[in-house]
Design a protein around this ligand. Structure first.
Ligand SMILES: CC(C)(COP(=O)(O)OP(=O)(O)OC[C@H]1O[C@@H](n2cnc3c(N)ncnc32)[C@H](O)[C@@H]1OP(=O)(O)O)[C@@H](O)C(=O)NCCC(=O)NCCS
Length: 210
């Protein structure tokens, strides 16, 4: 007997929330989203439950729902999601090395007065595992982040671009998670008034060169 006879092969499948809305209708999608919970991060939980549909419909940001599934498709589980939007960032010259500076200059605009680069880049705006029913154990954060980066790579393969970025609360576990995945710290941003689900006064900003 082979190990695969006992433990089935599994993989991840992902769906664009806009496609889900078209195919399943808003009520069914809302029901699926209501099964998402993320007790460690209310912003991540509330975004999916209360904002993601509107943001997808209006084109502000696109959410991708990730399922774990067995190869024979007999079992599946909603394990997490990520949301991507298109934004621009400003990165100070002294936050990057010379190779990164060269790439930033090629892809963005350098301001000699302020000594920084402004560049258009996808923002991984939300990312979280689904802690309902222990579904979080079916995916690692690294897997989920790689799916988001793979999506960015695919888009940039079509339209160009080398950078992506994200913002996170100043929490040791999150910092380790992003740094382990090769994201580089480049600055801090004050929270906006409406960002009430986020703890602290600012967010840490990280970029990656893909
Ligand atoms: C961030 C995330 C995707 C990483 O996945 P992972 O590497 O598989 O990590 P785990 O879920 O096993 O968590 C790793 C550790 O970080 C901690 N952690 C995760 N998110 C945290 C958060 N938002 N605040 C504080 N601690 C957090 C976990 O408690 C865990 O601690 P432990 O090692 O003491 O058990 C996942 O933890 C997650 O979905 N977190 C909640 C949503 C979130 O904060 N997203 C990031 C938005 S910037």
């Amino acid at each position: 007997m082979k190990i695969n006879d006992i433990i089935p092969e599994t993989h991840f499948v992902q769906f664009n929330l806009s496609d889900m809305l078209d195919e399943l209708g808003e009520d069914n999608v809302k029901e699926i989203l209501s099964s998402f919970s993320c007790p460690m991060n209310t912003d991540v939980e509330n975004f999916l439950r209360y904002k993601a549909i509107e943001f997808s419909k209006r084109g502000f940001a696109k959410t991708h729902i990730v399922y774990w599934e067995t190869e024979d498709k007999k079992e599946n589980a909603f394990v997490g999601y990520y949301t991507i939007t298109s934004k621009s960032i400003t990165i100070e010259r002294n936050a990057v090395n010379s190779r990164e500076a060269r790439k930033l200059r090629e892809h963005g605009v350098f301001n000699e007065k302020t000594n920084d680069y402004t560049i258009a880049a996808p923002l991984i705006a939300q990312l979280g595992k689904n802690y309902t029913d222990g579904n979080d154990s079916l995916i690692t954060g690294d897997d989920l982040l790689h799916l988001a980066m793979e999506k960015v790579r695919k888009v940039q393969n079509e339209i160009g671009g080398r950078f992506a970025y994200l913002e996170c609360e100043e929490k040791e576990k999150l910092i380790k998670f992003y740094e382990r995945n090769n994201f580089k710290f480049f600055g801090k941003r004050q929270l906006d008034r409406d960002e009430t689900d986020i703890t602290g006064t600012h967010l840490l900003q990280y970029f990656i060169m893909l």
